[in-house]
Ligand binder design. Structure first.
Ligand SMILES: [Zn+2]
Length: 289
């Protein structure tokens, strides 16, 4: 049995909600890369992690989504390493009971148009994963991916750490909003990530919790891996100069049962979700069981 399956022995696990919007609420200026706050304002990052732990998150991520050498190009390797290590340390400190899944986001460059080489992508992900593992991450989460090829390179590059690896894609495109920006379907993602050796596969971000149920079911039907689901709190709209997410915590959490039935093993929220969403999910679980 994989470590991930052992952790799931008592049923689905509740993960966390959004970090970016929570950090903005604590003063992160627009345009500032959130990951830099691991060093500059670690107390604010720790507040976010603690808020999720207190809400009932059993799995907590890290504020390291952009901390790879391509997405944050120009930063000295030592600083990148420090940001990644601090991210894991902050989450462990804030949430000692939770497992820390370290967040690895896309490079932001397109392999298909050769904006970046395969070697550069592999080495950026490998270096980030090494920093995260050295700081004591319990698992790695490659998230918000849209390109199967990039995700495959990432899985292969981070497996050397020996940590469990979950890969999550953003399905937000196509006429049914069931494809990634690069056109990948849940079925294609599930089979490619199984083949690549991932320990779990899933969907995050996207267009909201209602469509996530169908995507979850399709991922689950297409592979044997545990399914990770973290939908957005609906699509963002601008209200004046502030971003607004329409989905309420109650509406979001009312899908707990449907998501579990569709095969979800890890449940949480992405952009726009807050500790209140996690509290509501925990509540839904206790009434469901
Ligand atoms: Zn998101």
């Amino acid at each position: 049995m994989t470590r991930l399956r052992e952790w799931l022995a008592n049923g689905p696990l509740i993960t966390d909600g959004a970090w970016g919007t929570e950090l903005q609420a604590r003063g992160l200026p627009p345009g500032t890369v959130p990951d830099t706050w691991n060093l500059a304002h670690s107390e604010k990052v720790e507040e976010v992690a603690r808020a999720y732990a207190e809400a009932g998150s059993q799995i907590i991520l890290t504020n390291t989504f952009r901390a790879n050498a391509i997405a944050m190009h120009g930063l000295p390797a030592a600083e990148l390493d420090a940001i990644n290590r601090a991210g894991v340390e902050i989450s462990h400190r804030a949430a000692p009971q939770a497992r820390v899944f370290a967040s690895i986001g896309p490079t932001g460059k397109m392999l298909v148009s050769r904006e970046v080489s395969r070697e550069a992508v592999a080495s950026a992900f490998a270096a980030q994963a090494q920093s995260l593992a050295a700081a004591g991450a319990d698992a790695l989460l490659i998230e918000t991916m849209s390109d199967i090829d990039e995700a495959r390179l990432a899985v292969e590059a981070v497996r050397a750490t020996g940590l469990p690896v979950v890969v999550s894609f953003a399905f937000d495109s196509g006429k049914n909003k069931d494809r990634t920006m690069m056109g990948a379907t849940p079925e294609a993602v599930a089979s490619a990530m199984s083949e690549a050796g991932a320990d779990g596969v899933g969907a995050n971000c996207g267009v909201g919790v209602e469509l996530a149920v169908g995507i979850c079911r399709r991922l689950h039907a297409a592979c044997e891996l545990p399914i990770w689901i973290k939908p957005n709190a609906g699509l963002p709209t601008m209200q004046g100069s502030t971003v607004h997410y329409a989905t309420s915590a109650e509406f979001f959490a009312s899908h707990y049962g449907a998501l579990c039935e569709a095969g979800a093993s890890f449940l949480g929220g992405c952009c726009g979700s807050t500790p209140e969403f996690i509290r509501a999910l925990v509540q839904s679980r206790s009434t469901a069981s």
